[in-house]
Design a binder for this molecule. Structure first.
Ligand SMILES: O=C(O)CCC(=O)C(=O)O
Ligand SMILES: [Fe+2]
Length: 200
C-alpha cells in the first residue's frame, strides 16, 4: 500500500516519504500547468507570518499560487483527490481528526531558499501534517535544493539533520508543529506542491 511507508516513517523517524506518490506523467503534467500559470502572472512572492503578507527574501524566496478546487484543471483535481485519499488513510490509521487541507504550488528561482522554520503558526494549531510533493524531472544531488529536516534526539538536547532531494514524484510528510526544516538553495528552478492537512 502506497501510503503505509509515509505514516510508518512518521511514527518511527518523525518524517515519512515515498518516491511514487505521483507517476512521471503526472509530474510533467503538473509542472507544465505550474509554468503555464506562472507565465500567466498568477504567482506571487510568498509571505511570512500569520497573514503571509510580509515578503522577506532573506527568509524565503519562493513564489506561490494556492490551488482552488473551483478553478482546478484536471491534473490539479487528480492531485487533490489523491491527497484526499491520503487524508482518509491517515484518519483510519492515526486518529488525527483531519478535516481539511490546503495546497499551493511553489517555485524557487535558482539561488533562493527558505530559512529554518516551523510550519505551525503560534496562533493557529490546525495545521497537523506538512506535505511536500516535488515536480522536478531529472533532479541531481548536485543541483542542490535539498529539504533539510532537523530531528531532535530523544533526550531533546541534540539534533540530527537529514536532507531530502526534491526528486519528481516524491512526497515528504511530517508533523507541522514538531519538526523545524529549511529549503537549501538550488542551481536550477525548484518546483513543488506544498500543503497542510488540518483539523477542523
Ligand atoms: O519545499 C520544501 O521542501 C519545503 C517547503 C516549506 O518548508 C514550506 O513551504 O513551508
Ligand atoms: Fe515549511
Amino acid at each position: 500500500m502506497l501510503f503505509e511507508p509515509i505514516i510508518d516513517g512518521i511514527l518511527t523517524n518523525g518524517y515519512g516519504m515515498t518516491d511514487n506518490f505521483l507517476a512521471p506523467g503526472d509530474v510533467t503534467a503538473l509542472a507544465g500547468r505550474l509554468r503555464e500559470r506562472r507565465a500567466a502572472g498568477q504567482f506571487r512572492a510568498a509571505g511570512i507570518g500569520n497573514q503571509q503578507v510580509t515578503v522577506e527574501n532573506t527568509i524565503r524566496g519562493d513564489e506561490i499560487l494556492w490551488l482552488e478546487e473551483a478553478t482546478a484543471t484536471p491534473e490539479e483535481t487528480a492531485f487533490l483527490l489523491r491527497i484526499g485519499e491520503f487524508v482518509q488513510y491517515v484518519n483510519r490509521t492515526c486518529y488525527l481528526g483531519l478535516r481539511d487541507y490546503e495546497f499551493h504550488y511553489a517555485l524557487y528561482p535558482p539561488g533562493t531558499f527558505y530559512k529554518r522554520h516551523l510550519d505551525q503558526f503560534r496562533s493557529d494549531s490546525r495545521r497537523k501534517l506538512s506535505v511536500i510533493c516535488y515536480l522536478n524531472t531529472d533532479w541531481q544531488e548536485s543541483d542542490g535544493g535539498q529539504l533539510a529536516i532537523y530531528l531532535p534526539d530523544s533526550d531533546e538536547t541534540s539534533e540530527q539533520q537529514i536532507t531530502v532531494s526534491p526528486v519528481g514524484g516524491r512526497l515528504v510528510c511530517f508533523e507541522s508543529g514538531r519538526l523545524e526544516h529549511e529549503v537549501l538553495p538550488a542551481t536550477r528552478e525548484r518546483l513543488s506542491v506544498t500543503g497542510w492537512l488540518k483539523t477542523g
